[in-house]
Write a protein that binds this ligand. Structure first.
Ligand SMILES: Nc1ncnc2c1ncn2[C@@H]1O[C@H](COP(=O)(O)OP(=O)(O)OP(=O)(O)O)[C@@H](O)[C@H]1O
Length: 198
């Protein structure tokens, strides 16, 4: 694999939360163009695995190796809820050196171009999810970790996320996506996390 190409590997990873071993011996390997759907029952450990993959949580056993920058989308979008959406995205635009025109372009992509003057706290559930997706896109990272990106989205928005994931992977990125819902992305692999059995 080329050094500039993104990759994400987990080898024999185990996850312990409190005194419970959630899962063990979990391995995965993704390279450019790959997309993986993480599935499994409530509380099985999908979000925990996402946090392990991005380095926010230490695995109980095993190791994770990653090449390339990553963007994590979870239920806590890093957008100032007191700012208008445009201002909240512009904050990160200044941090990351993103041109204002690019902010507008991505806001249009996720269907929020007309809501840039609305405070983030007034956005609906689905609009807030789409705002978080805009932030994910704007990060420009080749590795996307999307934890329940379809929650609260209407049918058209689900299709939009599926399209964006497909485009991201077609452009050489990779994506791990945790969802209880079916995900319509061509070539998507599926990993069902199973409860740990000794
Ligand atoms: N900080 C923590 N300390 C102890 N236990 C935790 C902690 N965070 C999560 N857990 C527990 O770990 C288990 C897995 O949680 P996690 O959020 O990873 O599951 P999930 O598969 O994403 O669930 P869901 O489908 O409901 O989103 C749950 O039983 C949860 O209560």
């Amino acid at each position: 694999m080329n050094a500039s190409e993104p990759s994400l590997r987990a080898q024999n990873v185990a996850c312990r939360r409190g005194d419970r071993l959630l899962f063990a011996r979990l391995s995965l390997a993704l390279g450019p163009g790959d997309a993986l759907h993480l599935a499994g029952a409530n509380g099985i450990g999908k979000s925990s695995l996402m946090r392990i993959l991005c380095g926010l949580l230490r695995p109980y056993a095993g190791k994770v190796e990653r090449d390339g920058a990553l963007a994590l989308l979870d239920e806590r979008p890093a957008l100032d809820t007191h700012l208008p959406l445009g201002g909240a995205l512009a904050f990160w635009g200044r941090v990351d050196g993103i041109a204002p025109a690019r902010l507008d372009e991505v806001a249009d992509t996720v269907g929020l171009g007309d809501l840039m003057d609305v405070p983030v706290r007034y956005l609906s559930t689905g609009q807030r999810k789409r705002a978080a997706l805009a932030r994910t896109i704007l990060q420009g990272a080749p590795i996307w970790l999307l934890d329940e990106p379809l929650n609260g989205l209407d049918t058209a928005s689900v299709a939009m996320v599926e399209r964006l994931v497909a485009q991201h992977c077609a452009g050489g990125g990779l994506c791990v996506l945790a969802s209880h819902q079916p995900v319509g992305v061509t070539g998507l692999r599926r990993l069902e996390i199973a409860e740990f059995a000794a």
